[in-house]
Design a protein around this ligand. Structure first.
Ligand SMILES: [Zn+2]
Length: 530
């Protein structure tokens, strides 16, 4: 039976008894409403509680908002869920701003790790450290003498290893052959420096295996963290995703370890495995979010990207392109333009999406607009990685643009790229408005958004990109909702930055509850755990 719509007669609405009514608060974007009624996982209606009372039956669960605000849940359009979950269980060093701090934190973590066990740490970025360099192998050996150590770069594109790790992995044995594309850097004496790039996948495969039970438990922790940040749906954008990862996500979604709605991108190199992927996705009720491309540089990559783009689009898949650097963006646009020319212009095609759009020079704005590509931006990078960008002041006006893209008619959504920045959309939304770095400097203020626009990047517009029937408070929309202690559009970016989420609902089910309004502002560990 179709549910009655908002705005239909009161009598029609009252024929449905709600499972849940959130009442006596504010409803974001609807000044005349104070309550939302939910049935069968969807919003039945919203309005003044007096009008919705007819939806309240004997089995209706009533949640008193006491002035708090109901908003659409956040959709994070680009994260790396399994990486973020792994980081949660390792040592996080993202806040260190000097090598001394970083090495001190590593030493402390090593002190808590049984000798011989692997120490996994995350979040080192030399551009964010005062010394503008990463740790040397000698420094790592001094801080972590008894454990093999893998310290991952904040961007996830490289790792530092200490001598114990290098020995265990056999990287200095004469028989060792590095995987294709790996770069193992050496110091002035010719010895391995401990830093390697292009070996992330190889390292993942050669470190001790993580058991399925451990993965399930990590996923549960991460999903809860996302729920605590108000995330009701996400897309995993990891380029190496293939059938095995789809099977894993399907299992984690089916078991309930992940409570969010899940979208997973398929690495473009694994397009041949699409039939298996479709099976896994159907079994786990997860979305195949897009085909993911990593521009490789050089001339040949372009032809392959255009060909695969054409196949993806023809097969009904959105296509997503990693583009933090200018050359990557140009390669992506080349591929999109070539592929799109091969389809009749009257035929509706799946979407193309530029991931990050880190640097966009003015002449490329019109090209993106003409291509019809969406931009999935990371406003939180301005905040969390801002100090790095100040190294190149010439690029600042072109970084993580927002206002100029909207002005050109480009569809813009937001993502945290967790674990590269914390999985907290509110922090990214605050940065989209303020353009403020963690050190309080403002980068290209003219690219700042209004709060309603910044919120839409993680709600309404992200829902349109993912084709999830949510992201807005309207009748018949999925009841993917959050409750915030205060109305976010009335807050300053600094207040938004630290605003907790009181409650998260997915499909009308409460998956996270922070507590009563009286304790909404307490400094709980949960709130600051990222
Ligand atoms: Zn990413």
């Amino acid at each position: 039976m179709p549910l009655p719509r908002a705005g239909d007669s009161t009598v029609a609405n009252q024929s449905v008894k709600a499972d849940l009514v959130l009442h006596e608060g504010e409803v974001l974007g609807w000044p005349g409403s104070d309550s939302v009624a939910i049935a069968a996982g969807r919003i039945v209606d919203h309005g003044p509680f007096a009008r919705l009372k007819g939806c309240v039956g004997p089995r209706t669960h009533l949640v008193k908002l006491a002035g708090r605000t109901v908003a659409p849940g956040f959709i994070d359009s680009h994260i790396h869920f399994l990486e973020a979950a792994a980081v949660k269980t390792g040592t996080s060093l993202g806040r260190c701003r000097t090598l001394g701090d970083l090495l001190g934190d590593l030493r402390a973590a090593a002190g808590k790790t049984p000798p011989g066990n692997w120490l996994k740490a995350f979040g080192c970025d030399e551009t964010m450290l005062a010394e503008k360099r990463g740790p040397t192998r000698g420094e790592l050996d001094q801080s972590v003498p008894k454990n093999p150590l893998r310290l991952r770069h904040q961007t996830l594109h490289g790792s530092w290893l200490n001598t114990r790790a290098i020995n265990q992995l056999g990287l200095e044995s004469p028989q060792f052959r590095p995987p294709d594309g790996a770069q193992m850097l050496r110091d002035a004496t010719g010895r391995l420096s401990g830093f390697c790039v292009g070996m992330e996948e190889w390292l993942g495969a050669h470190l001790p295996r993580v058991t399925p039970a451990e993965i399930e438990s990590r996923a549960g922790v991460m999903s809860r963290e996302l729920a605590a940040a108000g995330v009701t749906a996400f897309t995993d954008a990891t380029v190496r995703n293939g059938p095995a990862e789809f099977a894993l996500f399907a299992r984690l979604a089916s078991s309930g370890a992940i409570s969010q709605r899940v979208g997973v991108m398929l690495g473009a190199a694994q397009l041949d495995a699409l039939p298996q992927v479709v099976e896994h996705a159907r079994a786990g009720r997860i979305r195949i979010a897009a085909l993911k491309f990593m521009p490789a540089g050089g001339g040949n990559g372009g032809g392959w990207m255009a060909r695969s783009t054409r196949m993806g689009l023809a097969g009904g898949l959105d296509c997503a392109y990693h583009a933090t650097e200018l050359e990557e963006l140009e390669q992506a646009l080349d591929a999109i333009e070539v592929a799109r020319r091969q389809f009749a212009s009257d035929r509706p095609l799946p979407l193309c999406r530029i991931e990050h759009g880190g640097t966009i020079l003015p002449d490329l704005i019109a090209r993106i607009a003409a291509s019809g590509a969406w931009v999935v931006s990371n406003p939180g990078f301005v905040h969390f990685r801002g100090p790095k960008y100040l190294e190149e002041p010439g690029l600042v006006p072109h970084l993580y643009r927002a206002r100029s893209l909207l002005a050109a008619g480009i569809e813009l959504v937001g993502a945290t790229d967790a674990p590269v920045t914390p999985a907290r959309p509110l922090a990214a939304i605050a940065a989209a408005i303020s353009r403020s770095t963690m050190d309080g400097e403002v980068l290209a203020a003219e690219e700042g958004l209004e709060s309603s626009e910044a919120l839409a990047m993680f709600t309404r517009d992200a829902a349109r990109l993912a084709r999830i029937d949510a992201g807005e408070i309207a009748s018949d929309k999925l009841a993917d909702l959050i409750v915030l202690p205060r109305n976010p559009v009335t807050l300053s970016p600094a207040e938004l930055q630290s605003l907790p989420v009181d409650m998260t609902l997915i499909g009308g089910r409460i998956v996270y509850e922070r507590g009563r309004p009286a304790v909404a502002y307490s400094d709980s560990a949960e709130l600051h755990s990222v």
